[in-house]
Every structure is written in structure tokens, then in C-alpha cells.
Design a protein around this ligand. Structure first.
Ligand SMILES: C[S@@+](CC[C@H](N)C(=O)[O-])C[C@H]1O[C@@H](n2cnc3c(N)ncnc32)[C@H](O)[C@@H]1O
Length: 382
């Protein structure tokens, strides 16, 4: 079992469940290969009720020591997955191991993709800890609260996607607007990354229509001593920035607030737009069951069709407005079902007629009248 972990076919090893009469030190330990700075490591993820701790080992002696500790950790089940096949070991009542073998349950390529998504955090601990504690994602000892894990993973994934699109240097500083900032989890994380990791001068504004939230966010920024972070009580549509933003963000701004954020970003000629939509209602009330009865007579299919259509029209409209646009899953669906993200990079200043036509064809085929078109106006309305 151990030997296959150093081979290229190794996918994952999981130790779980406590042996009878023993307290396992952790609930679960997962071991998997990861690439860090082009070098293969084995990553050990130790999970208990409160936190998961990750340790990466590059040398065989180090990971073998760590593995020995896991084998001595009181676990009842061990599951090794490799491209060559799976091995299950169950420790029976008298401590005797029962071994069974099976066909590979996960392919290496799938696992690689998952691993890549789960790369190390962009905020080093010294930066992350004060931020996480202050916003309430982590507890006093700095560990991410179980109830906040999903939100933290969304924020981390968002940061990673932003990071991929950032220039290597930003001498003029970065201006960012976070639309529908809520409790400022994303606003403050982006600020931390740009100022403390990149070292860039950054001004960032969180916009939210809820006064209570805005006041709480101001208090959080004050607690962190981050004076360049501002929070403004406003609808996204009415917000007027002091200077042209370089980047516009919207993480789960509700329903058509995402359209407001994207349309404002286009109007401000922001270079980068990132929006993870949520709870879209608009088009499910517009698309016509008579035209597409076999698809739309089922409520859930109608809702999902409306969601996809809404995002497809948003992406098409951004393309048409001169942005190179793609739609990606920014986290897996077990973190949140609202896991699509539209990202767009400004490439030109004028609407592209071919792309405008594609937008119109899709809109008209569904007899839809989406907010994104109305808010952008011009070529996007008849
Ligand atoms: C689901 S929360 C998401 C908050 C935050 N972005 C996050 O992911 O933690 C949506 C937020 O958007 C705000 N919001 C919704 N529509 C808005 C609008 N049209 N203008 C400004 N804020 C809006 C709500 O008040 C709420 O705080």
C-alpha cells in the first residue's frame, strides 16, 4: 500500500472511522499527490470537528513518518485509490486487517483536476489570520469555523481566479468595486491580497443597499485599520465611483443585481469583471412554456433553463460589449450550488456586431427581455 504512494499512479489515500474501543486522533486523514513549484509532494489533510490542517511533504522519509502516525492513529478504515486499482483495509474486531481489492474508483486525471482546484491559499497565514478572525470566518484561535468553510472556499476560489487575470505589476494602483458586498468577506480578502500580498496601492469600495450591513462592514475595516477600504450604502445601479474602477466584483449579488454590476462595469469601462450570479428570478417569469413545452413544463427544468439562459445572455452581452468572456465553475457544487462565475476582460471599446447578433438571436429565440440588455441599452434593445 505504502509503496504505491510514491508511484505516478497514486490518486488518493483516506483513513477514517475509529477502531472499536479506540479514539481516533482525527476524524479523517486524506493523503494525495500535489504539485508545488513543479515538485511532487504528498499532501496530508487532517480533519477533526473544528478544522482541517494541511501538511505537504516532499521527501519520502518525511511522508513515511507522517503515514506511520496515521496508521497508528486508531483508524478502522483505509482506502487507497490508484489508477491500477483500489485497496480497502478494514481493521476487524480483534485488530485483524481485512483486505479487499477493486477496480479504480477515481481516475488520476479527475483527481488532478480536483487537486488543482484545491491549491494552496493565496493569503499567507500572517495575512489571512487577522482578516479571517475579524470578519468572523475564523474563531479566536484562527481556525476556520465549520459553518464558514463554504464561504471561505468561495472567497479563496474567487481570489484565485482574480489572481490569474491580474497584471504582474500595477504601478498606478488598483481601484475595485465590490457590488452587493454583504458582510465584506470578499471585499476585505481582495484588499488583503492586493495590498499585503502584491504590495499594490489599492482603493476598494463595497457597495450594498442595506444600511446595517454597510455600517458593520465599516466597523470591520476600522478594526483592521484598513483606511483605503470604503463601504457605501447604495444600490449598485445608482452608485457613482469617484474614479474609474479597474475591476468590478459581484459574489452572489441577488437576482438582477448581478446584471446591474455587469452593466455598471461595462459603463465604467472596467478592465476586469467577475460575477458569480445567484437566485435569478427574472427569466423564469418570461420564458414561454408554449414554445418549449417539453422542457418547461417541469418546474425544476424550467428554473434551470432560465438560470442557464440568463447567464448565457449575460456572457453574450459582455462579449458583444467588447469583453472576452468565459463562464467557469469557480467551486465544486458541494460548496455551493451557485457555483458559476462569469469573468470578462475588456478587449475593445465598441460593440462587436457579430456578437450583438448572437445575443439578439438567443434572446429572441426565447422571447426574453433580460435586464442585462435593458441596462446596457443601445444595440442591446430594439
Ligand atoms: C447574498 S448576499 C452576498 C454578499 C457577499 N457578496 C457575499 O458573497 O458574502 C447579497 C448582497 O447583495 C445586496 N444587494 C442585493 N441587491 C442589491 C442592489 N441592487 N444594490 C446593492 N446591493 C444589493 C444585498 O443587500 C446583500 O447584502
Amino acid at each position: 500500500m505504502t509503496d504505491s504512494m510514491q508511484s505516478e499512479v497514486f490518486v488518493q489515500f483516506v483513513a477514517s472511522g475509529a477502531q472499536r474501543g479506540r479514539d481516533a486522533r482525527w476524524k479523517k486523514v486524506t493523503v494525495r499527490p500535489v504539485e508545488i513549484r513543479h515538485e511532487r509532494h504528498l499532501q496530508f489533510i487532517y480533519l477533526d470537528d473544528r478544522k482541517d490542517i494541511r501538511r505537504n511533504f516532499s521527501t519520502e522519509s518525511a511522508w513515511r513518518d507522517a503515514l506511520r502516525e496515521v496508521f497508528d492513529g486508531g483508524f478502522a478504515n483505509f482506502h487507497l485509490q490508484s489508477d491500477a486499482g483500489d485497496i480497502h483495509v478494514r481493521i476487524g474486531k480483534r485488530g485483524r486487517p481485512l483486505v479487499s481489492r477493486g477496480r479504480p474508483s477515481t481516475k488520476l486525471e479527475q483527481a488532478r483536476l480536483a487537486h488543482n482546484r484545491a491549491r494552496a491559499s493565496l493569503l499567507p497565514p500572517a495575512v489571512a489570520k487577522p482578516y479571517l478572525r475579524t470578519v468572523g470566518i475564523a474563531d479566536e484561535s484562527g481556525d476556520v469555523k465549520p459553518t464558514m468553510r463554504a464561504k471561505y472556499r468561495q472567497v479563496e476560489a474567487f481570489l484565485r481566479l482574480i489572481d490569474q487575470k491580474l497584471p504582474s505589476a500595477c504601478p498606478g494602483g488598483m481601484r475595485v468595486v465590490d457590488c452587493g458586498c454583504g458582510s465584506a468577506y470578499l471585499t476585505l480578502a481582495v484588499y488583503a491580497m492586493l495590498t499585503q500580498v502584491k504590495g499594490w496601492k489599492t482603493s476598494i469600495v463595497g457597495v450594498d443597499r442595506e444600511r446595517d450591513r454597510v455600517e458593520k462592514c465599516r466597523a470591520l475595516a476600522g478594526e483592521l485599520g484598513w483606511d483605503d477600504v470604503r463601504f457605501i450604502e447604495s444600490t449598485i445601479g445608482e452608485f457613482v465611483p469617484e474614479a474609474q474602477p479597474d475591476m468590478v466584483l459581484a459574489l452572489h449579488a441577488c437576482d438582477t443585481a448581478t446584471d446591474e454590476a455587469l452593466a455598471r462595469g461595462v459603463r465604467w469601462e472596467a478592465g476586469l469583471l467577475f460575477a458569480a450570479p445567484c437566485c435569478q428570478q427574472e427569466l423564469s417569469g418570461q420564458i414561454d412554456a408554449d414554445d418549449h413545452n417539453a422542457l418547461l413544463r417541469h418546474g425544476i427544468l424550467k428554473q434551470r433553463t432560465a438560470d442557464l439562459l440568463t447567464d448565457a445572455l449575460r456572457a453574450a452581452a459582455l462579449e458583444a460589449a467588447g469583453y472576452r468572456t468565459d463562464v467557469v465553475e469557480f467551486v465544486t457544487s458541494d460548496v455551493t450550488s451557485k457555483n458559476l462565475l462569469i469573468r470578462a476582460e475588456r478587449k475593445g471599446s465598441r460593440p462587436r456586431s457579430e456578437a450583438v447578433e448572437q445575443y439578439r438571436v438567443l434572446r429572441d429565440c426565447w422571447r426574453a427581455d433580460p435586464s442585462i440588455g435593458r441596462l446596457l441599452g443601445g444595440d442591446f434593445v430594439d
